[in-house]
Design a binder for this molecule. Sequence first.
Ligand SMILES: [Zn+2]
Length: 452
Amino acid sequence: MEGAGRSACSQRPAHIFAVRLPVLHERPQNDGAGGIGQAGHRRGPTGLGARADDVEHFLRPAHDNSSPRWRSSYRLRGRCRNRRLSQNGELLEQALNPALEAVSAWMVTNGLSLAVHKTEAAVLTRKWSYSLPRLIIGGTNVRISEEIKYLGVVLDRRLTFNSHIARAAGAAIRTANAIGRIMPNVDGPSAAKRRLLGSVVCSKLLYAAPVWSGHSLDSERNRTRLNAPLRRTAIRIVRAYRTVSDEAALALAGVPPADLQARERARVRSIVWEPGATAADRRSRTAERIRTLEEWARRWTLTTKAEWTRRVIPDLSRWLGRTVNFQLSFHGSQAMTGHGCFKSFLHKMGRAADPWCEECQQAEDTVEHTLLDCPYWSEERSVLVAAVGDRHLEVGDLTQMVCGPALVDLPEDSTRRAKLLKEAQKQSDHFRDFVEKVLGHKEELERARQRR
Ligand SMILES: [Zn+2]
């Protein structure tokens, strides 16, 4: 397993093996606490004298932070330095079995005994046809698994990491659900706290991403799996309906798709944490984030989902770097996604008999009709109309109100700049008030309609 963590995303080792060795009984040494672990977790313990020439191996504790006296399992990590030995299982077992016996003997010498029946091994190879080695410790066969968990990463035989991604996504979904329960759409924690809580899901999902984020992310299925928990969290962050697409939810929450984040972590890992990295290399973390955002913005222009959100936010980078403070409320998210108390949407969801506007009876009650056209809300809309010069409101005006002026359009003169931003913030606040008033009223009307 030596080197698998660093190199799996770029190049795959030809043949490596991993053996998990659970400890059955553990006795403290006479010389006090730590005697076992201190010897055991260092490379090449001296007690391991009979090591095979062709196999690198050494013991490491399963959890480095656990008490040395009470570690429950050790792992034998290794790789064949001799390519010839790794060509088939028979040659591999000839090299490995003496090493395993040596490990077992060393452990007995140090007051440990192995639970051989719990011991398992996995051969990592891309060969379709490979005769598995017969590994033996103390006369008992070691179970050869198709996959093995090592330091929290599931290694499957062909190093596809599909299994790891499925498990990580499943665990992250459970976390997203638990966090979602303390983040109701109405009231609940502030936007900043929601974002912080959401970051827990990201951390869980992207654990050890530099190891597995290579070819595994070329698979559409893996990308979808990874993005599902993030979508769920993003929906809670922006207080949106759960029918909102992952594209819209992630964009509104400002959370890049999981696969892009994973690739970014791998790039940063390869640049920043390599020995000899300079200060300039460490600054490249920002450059890699910019690269991620550019790719995300490119995807935003290509997707066919999130139709209304993309009309209001045609340029994702402008939304992410918005120059006004526009926080999404429950109603704000409805205005930005079109998923909310609009008859057209309710009709599509099977919650209304027809899509027609209850207020004016003239057209389909879509989000666009409500915000820009419906004559019933003319009075509430009048402040916004006055702000754009007493003309009909356009979708582009909404972009201006939620994103503020683009950075490139801001004047260099600080006084003029401050004045412009203040005016933009005022318009943004007017739009927020308009949305709260209109959508709040529509909800009341809808409840009354449902009671009839
Ligand atoms: Zn209407």
